[in-house]
Design a protein around this ligand. Structure first.
Ligand code: SF4
Ligand code: SF4
Length: 180
């Protein structure tokens, strides 16, 4: 089974949110509620006066050892290949997956009272395409590919970010020598 993952280079991110928009458009993610499968975040690190603010485009990292799947009481979270998916028919909107996800990937919709999240555009991947977000990124800050080609690139964490090594998230970061 081929595993896929993300490679993110914060130095290239211009915070244009093209990745967010492409995700919403392709996946028809609800508008009018704060449901964003991919989010461009501003991550602070360091302490005054040496504070650094970094843009990070974040979605589900389709962890090898996905805690969201383990804690879901409705067994609504399942795998399609290496992708971790939520079955909206089974989801009871309890929020357990959100609470246990260190990346805030599952998104609760207060109107439908269901949780949804990034599917890594499995429908595109199965057609030989890249996920919509990585396709739309104009600078190459957000890349996607086979995990075997990514897993040894860059580093596995960003300063100030969750570092859930035991979950084995499928994301790496291209950084200059960051201080932890
Ligand atoms: S990033 Fe969060 S929602 Fe995605 S697989 Fe990992 S624990 Fe689950
Ligand atoms: S599309 Fe690329 S450059 Fe624009 S916000 Fe997303 S990651 Fe950053």
């Amino acid at each position: 089974m081929t595993s896929y993952g993300w490679l993110f280079d914060p130095k290239r991110c211009i915070e244009c949110s093209a990745c967010e928009a492409a995700c919403k458009q392709w996946n028809q993610v609800e508008t009018g509620v704060n449901v964003r499968w991919r989010r461009v975040l501003r991550q602070e690190s360091g302490s005054f006066p040496n504070v650094r603010v970094t843009a990070i485009s974040m979605a589900c990292n389709h962890c090898e050892n996905a805690f969201c799947q383990k804690v879901c009481p409705a067994r609504a979270i399942w795998r399609r290949g290496s992708m971790v998916l939520i079955d909206s028919e089974k989801c009871v909107g309890c929020g357990q997956c959100y609470m246990f996800c260190p990346y805030g990937a599952p998104q609760f919709n207060p109107v439908t009272r269901k949780t949804s999240k990034c599917t890594m555009c499995f429908d595109r991947v199965e057609q030989g395409l890249q996920p919509a977000c990585a396709t739309a990124c104009p600078t190459g800050a957000l890349q996607w590919g086979e995990w075997k080609d990514i897993e040894n690139k860059g580093t596995d964490r960003m300063p100030g970010m969750a570092f859930p090594r035991q979950m084995q998230p499928r994301i790496r970061f291209i950084t200059d020598p960051w201080r932890a």
